[in-house]
Design a protein around this ligand. Structure first.
Ligand code: E4P
Length: 231
């Protein structure tokens, strides 16, 4: 499963990328607006930080002609940019044109299996079902993901399933068990994936026992080099 971070914050992206397990980034207009920087410049900077990872940047037009114009423009910004388009009728119409032009499109705001079926037929590169937002209205996001995985498998659609709006580690694990190609998560959820109290407690115990026996263990490791105080 590929891990994407769902953020436009450069500090979070740099921090995430430092672990070597982040495969890409998804942004949306809300996330980009929070950063208060020129959109194009910001997306290019994200692409340069994630190097080979794919970076989704979303159009804000809602009519087919406007979506086509913005999508074609965004697609020129960087070879790793994926254009995000909302799953509305005009968006699907634009998708059919863009996919024939070889522009990779992430169809976003998907909340039903029929929507997922439509965007696969129109040539979406990614389909983004929003699991958390369905859970928020007492519907089960994971049920939708299961339906999409089954349908895409039955017809061998090449569209990759990007499980989005993941709110906690269990969402990530369930999406991985279903074989979702990608999971995109806020930095906070990514951090939660590392945590287990038994890991912390276990390590604390190991280090305490080591310290207690310190004198008998010999100087196996070189001491860490002293830091240059002027830096
Ligand atoms: C995905 O591409 C979306 O940006 C995102 O997952 C939305 O998540 P939210 O419901 O937490 O805002």
């Amino acid at each position: 499963m590929k891990f994407f971070l769902d953020t436009a914050n450069l500090d979070e992206i740099r921090q995430g990328v430092s672990f070597g397990v982040i495969d890409g980034i998804t942004t949306n207009p809300t996330l980009v607006a929070k950063e208060k920087r020129p959109f194009r410049e910001h997306v290019i900077e994200i692409c340069n930080i994630v190097k080979n990872g794919e970076v989704s940047a979303e159009v804000v037009a809602t009519d087919t002609a406007g979506i086509l114009r913005q999508a074609r423009e965004i697609a020129t910004w960087h070879p790793n940019v994926i254009v995000k388009v909302p799953t509305i009728p005009d968006g699907v119409r634009a998708l059919s044109v863009l996919s024939k032009e070889g522009i990779r499109v992430n169809m976003t705001l998907v909340f039903s299996a029929p929507q997922a079926l439509l965007v696969a037929k129109a040539g979406a590169y990614f389909v983004s079902p929003f699991l958390g937002r369905l859970d928020d209205i007492a519907s089960d996001g994971l049920v939708l993901l299961r339906e999409i995985m089954d349908i895409y498998k039955a017809y061998n659609y090449p569209t990759q399933v990007l499980a989005a709006s993941l709110r906690h580690p269990l969402h990530v694990v369930s999406a991985a068990r279903m074989g979702a190609h990608i999971g995109t998560m806020p930095y906070k959820v990514f951090e939660q994936l590392f945590k287990h109290p038994l890991t912390d407690r276990g390590l604390e115990g190991f280090l305490k026992d080591w310290e207690k026996a310190r004198e008998t263990l010999g100087d196996v490791f070189e001491p860490a080099p002293a830091r240059n105080p002027t830096r």
